[in-house]
Design a protein around this ligand. Structure first.
Ligand code: FMN
Length: 390
């Protein structure tokens, strides 16, 4: 990773990679690896960045573009940018109340926020404390149907507009660093404990005063004595449903009357099947390179998926978006918008709500500048834009 020399001043940070570098310095090693790492050899994680780099933009000149339009409709509602914050679990390991901070940042910037099933704040807390939030909920299929039904009822009560079912994580990806950093679940190695002591700012921002976070959304389904980080890990180990299949998705489609998006598509036939089931959209994703190592980068498979379903359902893409020009490339190849995972997580780790807003602002500024330089009046013109493949 490139090193930057602008100190810790958020105002001077120039890019998402620079925010990442600041986060790396601020976070204890085990948290950094949790945030930035991928599965196994990180082949997919690497491909996510590399395959965006292999796409070139071909500008048209003398078009006189002044203020390109950045806003669009995502999941039926206006969004100031063609992006939403992706669902990510255990966010409070990066900073206390990180889900709330991300929801506030998304709302301040006029974009949707997707809360994970394994969030550290409960969905009720998000809606109570950020009433204007455009809240989406990500669902992991859980073995206990009562838990799943209760999650759906809670989401309905809160008028969550969009549900994302994640299908690419029925078992946890092989994240070797996680096992390396712990002697057993929740028990860090001595080396990592000492490393934590060398990060007092993180301890103050994160551990104080409540200690390691537990699962806000799921705590109520655990016995009182298990409502902690270890209990949560246990619970999830037992609850993730490896039998998740198309029938289960069809049942969910019948059950959920709001918008339903399948997150975990990398093959055009799966996109077509989701469309046939009446889904409202898909996320073309490899889970940020954290699940099946060797799976293709999302951007490399987007064109065939778009050819199969473009215009008939919403296509979102994630995994590797770090620049406004990445958003341009995704939309040129058929996405209606993107999700950003680590980009805003780096921001929240470094500067809380202000850091997450900074990440969104950087992406917005880069997107605007790219559109002007390309000679494009707005994101609506990007579909079909010519790209060069290196
Ligand atoms: C730390 C971390 C936790 C994640 N947790 C979840 C999760 O709980 N549910 C989910 O569907 N995806 C989860 N993801 C995947 C993201 O939703 C998204 O697909 C991915 O981060 C996109 O790649 P990017 O980080 O390169 O933007 C997680 C990703 C990260 C980095």
């Amino acid at each position: 990773m490139r090193r930057y020399h602008t100190g810790n001043d958020l105002a001077r940070v120039q890019s998402i990679p620079e925010l990442a570098d600041l986060a790396r310095r601020l976070l204890p090693h085990f948290v950094w690896e949790y945030l930035a790492g991928g599965a196994e050899e990180e082949i997919t994680l690497t491909a996510n960045g590399r395959d965006f780099e292999r796409l070139g933009l071909c500008p048209r000149t003398l078009r006189g573009v002044h203020s390109p339009q950045l806003d669009t409709i995502l999941s039926g509602r206006p969004s100031a940018l063609p992006l939403a914050i992706a669902p990510t679990g255990y966010n409070a390991m990066l900073r206390r109340d990180a889900d709330l901070l991300l929801a506030r940042a998304a709302t301040a910037k006029g974009v949707p926020f997707c809360l994970s099933t394994v969030s550290t704040s409960a969905m009720e807390q998000i809606v109570e404390q950020v009433p204007d939030v455009n809240l989406w909920l990500q669902l992991y299929c859980l073995r206990d149907p009562k838990v799943q039904e209760d999650l759906l009822k809670r989401a309905e009560r809160l008028q969550v507009s969009t549900l994302l079912l994640t299908s690419d994580a029925t078992v946890l990806g092989n994240r070797e660093w996680d096992r390396r950093n712990f002697v057993r679940p929740q028990q860090l190695t001595l080396r990592n404990k000492l490393d934590v002591l060398g990060h007092p700012r993180w301890m103050l921002n994160t551990l104080w005063p409540r200690g390691m976070p537990s699962l806000g959304n799921l705590n109520r389904y655990l016995p009182r004595e298990a409502q902690n980080a270890a209990g949560a890990q246990n619970f999830l180990g037992n609850q993730m449903d490896t039998a998740l299949d198309w029938q289960a998705l069809a049942r969910l489609r019948e059950r959920w009357s709001g918008l339903l998006i399948l997150k975990g598509v990398l093959h055009p036939a799966d996109a077509e099947r989701a469309l046939a089931l009446g889904l409202d959209g898909i996320v073309v994703t490899n889970h940020g390179g954290r699940q099946l190592d060797g799976s293709p980068s999302s951007i490399s498979v987007l064109p065939t998926i778009a050819a199969a379903v473009k215009g008939r359902m919403q296509i979102l893409l994630d995994s590797g978006v770090r620049r406004g020009s990445d958003i341009v490339k995704a939309m040129a190849l058929g996405a209606d918008g993107v999700l950003v995972g680590r980009a805003t997580l780096f921001g929240v780790a470094v500067g809380g709500q202000a850091g997450a807003q900074k990440a969104l602002q950087l992406l917005a500024d880069e997107l605007r500048r790219s559109l002007i330089l390309l000679g494009c009046e707005g994101v609506g013109e990007l579909a079909g834009q010519e790209l060069i493949r290196y």
